[in-house]
Every structure is written in structure tokens, then in C-alpha cells.
Design a protein around this ligand. Structure first.
Ligand SMILES: [Zn+2]
Length: 182
């Protein structure tokens, strides 16, 4: 088959990879098992750690999650909704896609600081105690979603996780300070 991408020397984008359509998965549809998801995620994580070290692995997961969050916000969410409706929509989509059950624990309208939890998280629910948070991809994902929605740069850090012995993942999201170096 003719490959228009290679011929034009163009790089694939996330949009291209997200095409599966009716023809691609006519019988199996768009659902896939958590086994498949975790196999991909954690085999990739281990491979990246072995080849490049833990810091690089975490950085790659955060950045990949950010890309995915921006895509998710742009293609799946309505970015024109007011905050509370936007959150309700995000909750609905995350549940529908079986990513997890989102709750907003705290929202400071003035500073934009948000504390959110995800239970039954696809990435880590059920993991044994590891002693550190593991949902770096989710950190990036929420950072991407919130940055795209607000137009501000959000940094998101996971503070509790199944892997630290908690029963929900808890994330702190805050607007990054813009430092002017000039
Ligand atoms: Zn977690």
C-alpha cells in the first residue's frame, strides 16, 4: 500500500495514531483490557528505566502524559464550559473510558490550585506497596488537560498513590509561576 506519510517525509502526529475507525476495529471496537494497558505502560517504564535511568523515565512519562492530556482536552472535551461544568464533563469522560473515578477535593478560585483524587485508577489501583508514587503519566495528563483548558501552565504532582499505601491517587495541581529572567 502506498504510504503517503513516508513519501512526503512527514512525521506522524498523535492524531494519525488515534485513527482506528470503524474499519480498523470493526468487531473488537474501542475497548481494551487493563491487562493490555498495564503491560504496555509498565514494560515501557522498565525498559526506559533500564536504558536511561529513573529520572529520564519519569520525565518521559510526564511529557507523554502531557501530550495525551492536551490531545484529550482538545479532541474530547468542550473547552468553552465554565469550570464546574468542565470538571463534570472530565469526570464523565474519565469514567466512561475507564481511566478512573475523578473527584475534586479542593479548588481555590483565586490561585487556581486544585486538589484532585482518582480512585480505581487504571495505572496503579491494586499495586503492592512500592514506597513512592508511580502515576507520573497521570501527572502529565492532568497538567495537559488543565493547561489547555485554562491557557495557563499547570504543574501537577501526585502526593498519594496506591503504590504509597493509599487507596486513591491524590494530585496537587497549581499554576506555575512565570519567572522573567530578563
Ligand atoms: Zn497513583
Amino acid at each position: 500500500m502506498k504510504n503517503i506519510f513516508f513519501e512526503d517525509n512527514q512525521e506522524f502526529t498523535l492524531d494519525d495514531y488515534m485513527c482506528y475507525g470503524k474499519d480498523g476495529r470493526g468487531n473488537l471496537g474501542d475497548h481494551i483490557s487493563i491487562v493490555t494497558y498495564r503491560l504496555l505502560e509498565y514494560s515501557l517504564k522498565i525498559e526506559l528505566m533500564e536504558q536511561f535511568g529513573k529520572d529520564v523515565q519519569i520525565d518521559i512519562f510526564r511529557k507523554a502524559g502531557y501530550r495525551s492530556g492536551v490531545y484529550f482536552a482538545s479532541h474530547i472535551l468542550d473547552l468553552h464550559l465554565p469550570f464546574h461544568e468542565f470538571v463534570a464533563q472530565l469526570q464523565k469522560e474519565l469514567k466512561h473510558l475507564k481511566i478512573g473515578i475523578l473527584r475534586i477535593e479542593d479548588y481555590d478560585e483565586k490561585t487556581g490550585k486544585i486538589v484532585l483524587t482518582v480512585s480505581e485508577d487504571a495505572d496503579c489501583s491494586g499495586l503492592p506497596f512500592i514506597g513512592e508514587t508511580v502515576c507520573n503519566y497521570d501527572e502529565g495528563f492532568f497538567s495537559g488537560v488543565l493547561s489547555k483548558y485554562t491557557g495557563k501552565s499547570y504543574s501537577v504532582i501526585e502526593v498519594d498513590c496506591w503504590a504509597t499505601g493509599d487507596r486513591v491517587c491524590r494530585f496537587q495541581a497549581m499554576v506555575e509561576e512565570i519567572t522573567n529572567h530578563e
